[in-house]
Design a protein around this ligand. Structure first.
Ligand code: SF4
Length: 71
C-alpha cells in the first residue's frame, strides 16, 4: 500500500519499541528520540504494529493519499 510515517519528537519518550518492531523504518537518534530512517523500510503490517505499540501515540501513519490512518 505504501504507508507514510511521521514521528512527533516532542511526544517520543525513547522506549525503542518502534525500532524493534520495524527496524528498517525507525531508529533512535542521539537524543534517544525516534526518527524515520526510511519510509516503507518495513511492511505496512509492521509499520502499523510499531505505531500501535507506541505508548504515547507519537507515530502518525498516513496512507498514500495523505489520509491519516493512525492514531
Ligand atoms: S515507540 Fe513511540 S515512544 Fe517509543 S521510541 Fe518509538 S516513537 Fe518513541
Amino acid at each position: 500500500m505504501g504507508l507514510k510515517v511521521k514521528v512527533d519528537k516532542m511526544l517520543c519518550i525513547g522506549t525503542d519499541d518502534c525500532s524493534k518492531i520495524a527496524p528498517n523504518t525507525f531508529e533512535l537518534d542521539d537524543e534517544s528520540k525516534a526518527v524515520v530512517k526510511k519510509q516503507n523500510g518495513d511492511s505496512d503490517e509492521k509499520i502499523l504494529e510499531a505505531a500501535k505499540i507506541c505508548p504515547v501515540l507519537a507515530i502518525v501513519v498516513e496512507d498514500e493519499n495523505g489520509k491519516q490512518v493512525y492514531p
